[in-house]
Design a protein around this ligand. Structure first.
Ligand code: GDD
Ligand code: MG
Length: 301
């Protein structure tokens, strides 16, 4: 498998990385699309983590024989999609990692799919795979749909709205490889992880959801509801097949099931930054169905 940028970028040329040497927090307030895009491309708007990506720069064979499939569910993400895909491809190329990005769009009214088709023309059909569905069928089933088309032996799941920055991907791969882990999950609630841009209500909901799940189900993972994760493909397939949840509660059930099956799980602290473009799809209904799903699991597990 040949990657066009693979050898020329053996030393990490990303300009961000010099800025990462200090561990200060810097949040840029982005006021319009142009500056937002420019900021996102030039510097990470959060600069908090203490991971040392430059270790990876010397490792030109990071992926070995492996291929990574990214499942990217989208609903009204037309403004975010070009940026997240640009950052993903850049990350994979700079680290010499074989990949494909599977976009699962649920017939978004903002025509996200048209943007995805344009991106597919730019990056190629082997890199951007489109697996749209006819309507909004929920986040959990979007992953189920996407994995059926995945050709990689490892699967990344992340949000398309830039809340999950691809800069954490090399660290997640490195941790997976160092211990041959079954699952590596990004965590906002351990180490240098964190959440930026959420109001108090949303923070309380997220913490509450995690607290309830960890007390009732005791899976021993610090961030149960986050969704920036790396799985071995066969592990994800088995977990998905055993999950009963359909909506956002899916993320949490996946971790609970992973513990049941005695899969090994590692955690990498991530900074979750609230989206700049568009709106969250998490509404009252998702919260109610999370609570219902949690209770169902508590009774069943
Ligand atoms: N295809 C599809 N995609 C969807 C759907 N609902 C949401 N998405 C996509 O799923 C991603 C996450 O949706 P958001 O609406 O941005 O979620 P959030 O409120 O930011 O929630 C985040 O935090 C939650 C709590 O930690 C997480 O559970 C969730 O996964 C996500 O990381 C985005 O890429 C969004 O377009 C759906 O029904 N269908
Ligand atoms: Mg979001």
């Amino acid at each position: 498998m040949s990657l066009p940028l693979a050898t020329s970028s053996a030393s990490f040329t990303n300009p961000h990385h010099r800025e990462h040497s200090n561990d200060s927090v810097s949040i840029n307030i982005l006021d319009d699309h142009t500056t937002a895009t420019a900021h996102l491309l030039q510097s990470p708007y959060i600069n908090l983590h203490q991971q040392h990506h430059h270790h990876l720069s010397h490792n030109s064979t990071m992926s070995g024989q492996h291929k990574y499939s990214v499942l990217l569910p989208t609903y009204n993400e037309r403004d975010n999609l070009p940026i997240i895909i640009w950052l993903l491809t850049k990350t994979f190329h700079e680290n010499n990692i074989d990949y494909e990005i599977i976009v699962i769009d649920d017939n978004s009214p903002d025509k996200t799919l048209e943007v995805a088709q344009e991106l597919q023309k730019i990056y190629g059909e082997n890199r951007i795979v489109l697996r749209p569905r006819a309507g909004k069928l929920g986040l959990g089933t979007a992953y189920v749909h996407g994995i059926q088309h995945a050709t990689g032996d490892f699967i990344f799941i992340l949000d398309a709205d830039m809340s999950h920055h691809p800069k954490f991907i090399p660290e997640m791969i490195r941790l997976q490889q160092s211990k041959n882990l079954d699952v590596v999950t990004g965590t906002r609630y351990a180490g240098n992880g964190g959440v930026y841009g959420w109001d108090l209500k949303r923070k309380v909901i997220s913490r509450g959801a995690n607290f309830l799940a960890s007390v009732l189900l005791r899976p021993g993972v610090s961030d149960l509801t986050g969704s920036f994760r790396l799985y071995k493909k066969e592990v994800l397939t088995q977990l998905i097949n055993s999950c009963i949840s359909k909506g956002y509660v899916f993320q949490m059930e996946m971790m609970v099931r992973a513990r049941q099956f005695n899969y090994t799980i590692g955690e990498v602290p991530i900074t979750f930054v609230d989206r700049v473009f568009g709106d969250s799809k998490m509404g009252a209904m998702e919260i109610v169905s999370y609570a219902q799903g949690l209770l169902k699991l508590f009774v069943a597990v």
